[in-house]
Design a protein around this ligand. Structure first.
Ligand SMILES: Cc1ncc(COP(=O)(O)O)c(C=O)c1O
Length: 421
């Protein structure tokens, strides 16, 4: 099992040397504790997985039955940008959001948002180039930026300000000529923050002034709570040639495993390059395209259903997490994460303890797997008392998980000094 194992810079076991980049890839904070969780399960304990942003909502039979009828007998490669009909369905979905996109020359379907991110960052950055990203950040951005030889310039956001997008001065003071792009995630993973239209407008003006690419990861677009509003970067005028939107059906359709996402850009030159990358990998996954098209065209209520379920979970979460003594947790306005500060010295030690010693306490047979906060920062020393909690299980299981967390915080022997009553 390679999850969480450290990779050395030189060849393993005396074989040929790996690339320099290989040694710079960080382990995923979301997955690094999985071996401990598996160990706990082998000892007969139950683990509630709140570490990974994977919706657990099964597709209804209605959709599955309809899908079975649509699967062709020849499972061939599709067009490298995705099937033309599916791109048209996606363009109609965007029109429903008030955004006109040309399915022929502005949409490229990919193996999830992950492949879209990889293509885009590969196309925008040369070795040594930098991309500014508000932090805490979606940890895989760091891995992908490093894979293309680039560097992340983190722009700090703080729990005290609910992780709001920082003022432009914060971007300006970190800007250097090596910075080629700004990457934002809105609604945000890992913080659940939704960026205001005003802040986005400032960012757009800054990108224009400095002639930067603006990459917006909008995979959580529909996950907005309590009437909060935001805007897609595709709706801003005057930056059409700067903007690339990263998108995915993994979250809003609860389809993580089908690997269907996309990117949208109106910059024709960039699109042509991205299409060549698409051609180099031949085709996005075929079956996911048919399934996504079916849902967009005939079962669009499914997206509302998924989002509503997360709204219920967020409610349960808020009631329970915010009542935990010593825990500071901003109210998530979007996505399905809470980025919380715990009354512990080191959240990774606490997360490991949850999967080991805590389970030796009499009567405890269920625990939770959380993602330690430090892995969502590039800046060393930040996030050490924070965790990301994903509300990705049903409300009953979520209540149980939060009770487990409350009990664990009571019993934990290494609470922060100021938190010990
Ligand atoms: C912000 C963000 N972007 C991209 C992805 C990757 O999504 P996909 O499954 O479409 O590759 C995730 C998955 O967790 C995510 O949270």
């Amino acid at each position: 099992m390679l999850e969480g194992r450290k990779i050395e810079g030189s060849g393993l076991g005396g074989g040929p040397r790996l690339s320099g980049v290989a040694g710079q890839l960080p382990p995923s904070p979301i997955r690094k504790l999985i071996p401990l969780a598996e160990g706990a399960e082998r000892r007969g304990k139950q683990v509630i997985y709140l570490n990974i942003g994977q919706p657990d909502i099964p597709l209804p039979d209605q959709i599955l039955d309809a899908f079975r009828g649509r699967v062709p007998s020849l499972l061939a490669y599709s067009h490298s940008a995705g099937l033309a009909g599916v791109r048209q369905s996606i363009a109609r979905y965007y029109r429903g959001l008030g955004i006109e996109v040309d399915p022929e020359s502005e949409i490229l379907i990919t193996a999830g948002a992950s492949e879209a991110l990889w293509f885009v960052l590969r196309a925008l950055l040369d070795a040594g180039d930098a991309v500014m990203i508000p932090e805490p950040l979606y940890a895989n951005y760091v891995g992908i930026v490093r894979m293309v030889g680039g560097r992340v310039v983190p722009v700090p956001t703080t729990i005290a300000q609910n992780f709001a997008l920082p003022d432009i001065e914060a971007f300006l003071s970190r800007w250097t000529p090596e910075v080629k792009a700004i990457l934002i995630c809105n609604p945000n993973n890992p913080t659940g923050t939704v960026y205001s239209s005003e802040m986005l407008a400032d960012l757009v003006a800054f990108a224009r002034e400095k002639n930067l690419w603006l990459v917006a990861d909008e995979v959580y677009r529909e996950f907005l709570y309590g009437g909060v509003k935001t805007r897609s970067l595709l709706t801003f005028e005057g930056v059409e040639d700067h903007v690339v939107v990263i998108d995915s059906f993994s979250k809003r359709m609860s389809l993580c495993g089908v690997r269907t996402g996309l990117l949208v850009t109106r910059n024709r030159q960039l699109y042509d390059v991205l299409l060549r990358m698409g051609q180099a990998r031949l085709s996005p996954p075929l079956l996911g395209q048919y399934l996504v098209q079916l849902i967009l065209e005939e079962f669009s209520w499914w997206i509302d259903r998924v989002v509503e379920e997360f709204g219920r979970r967020r409610q349960v979460f808020l009631e329970a997490v915010r009542g935990l003594p010593g825990v500071r947790a901003p109210v998530p306005q979007g996505a399905f994460y809470v980025f919380a500060e715990l009354p512990v010295e080191d959240s990774e030690v606490f997360c490991r303890w949850l999967l080991t010693d805590f389970l030796e306490v009499g009567g405890v047979d269920t625990t939770v797997l959380l993602a330690p906060g430090a892995g969502f920062y590039v800046s060393g020393g930040r996030g050490c008392d924070q965790v990301r909690i994903a509300f990705v299980v049903g409300v009953d299981r979520l209540r149980e998980a939060l009770e487990v967390l409350a009990r664990a915080l009571e019993l934990y022997p290494h609470k922060r000094e100021s938190a010990v009553s």
